[in-house]
Unconditional design. Structure first.
Length: 162
């Protein structure tokens, strides 16, 4: 058997082990990068006839400490307002992407990286799609949500750059 034939057989064998994506998760922060990632996620879902779901993680910032008690009510009102705005943006994006099932659209609360990873594990996600800001230097060393997901995800991750 020639080297070319062996290489072709190896490629065919490895492709047979790759299963098509069935559950694709778009994690969005509503930025321009995330909009482009949404377009790519929709393309991938269409290509693989996969279910597309959408999440945004709201980082809970209310401090429950006696020292902050006078401002907790104000912070709670601000947080609720921001969550309501995020829900509206999620609904708009879901509509743009053709996601009709409301169970596939979620506003989650917590640390973005950990919450997205946890959600992916709980829902048997095959592919996570996120926008990437393409940071360099100090910002890159400090990490980002996208790079954290790439390094910790239980599945494939597609990072989409503008």
């Amino acid at each position: 058997m020639s080297e070319e034939t062996r290489a072709t057989k190896r490629n065919q064998d490895s492709e047979e082990h790759l299963l098509p994506y069935k559950q694709i998760l778009l994690a969005t922060d509503f930025s321009a990068h995330a909009r482009r990632a949404g377009q790519r996620a929709r393309e991938m879902a269409d290509k693989y006839q996969a279910r597309l779901s959408l999440v945004h993680v709201f980082d809970d910032f209310i401090l429950y400490d006696d020292f902050y008690e006078p401002v907790v009510e104000e912070r709670f009102a601000l947080q609720q307002s921001l969550q309501d705005a995020a829900e509206q943006q999620l609904a708009t994006l879901a509509d743009e992407l053709g996601i009709e099932n409301t169970a596939d659209v979620r506003l989650l609360v917590g640390s973005p990286k950990a919450t997205i990873i946890s959600h992916a594990k709980e829902h048997d996600i095959d592919l996570i799609v996120v926008g990437s800001h393409g940071r360099h230097g100090l910002e890159r060393l400090l990490g980002s949500v996208a790079s954290g997901i790439v390094n910790s995800a239980p599945c494939d991750v597609l990072t989409v750059r503008l």
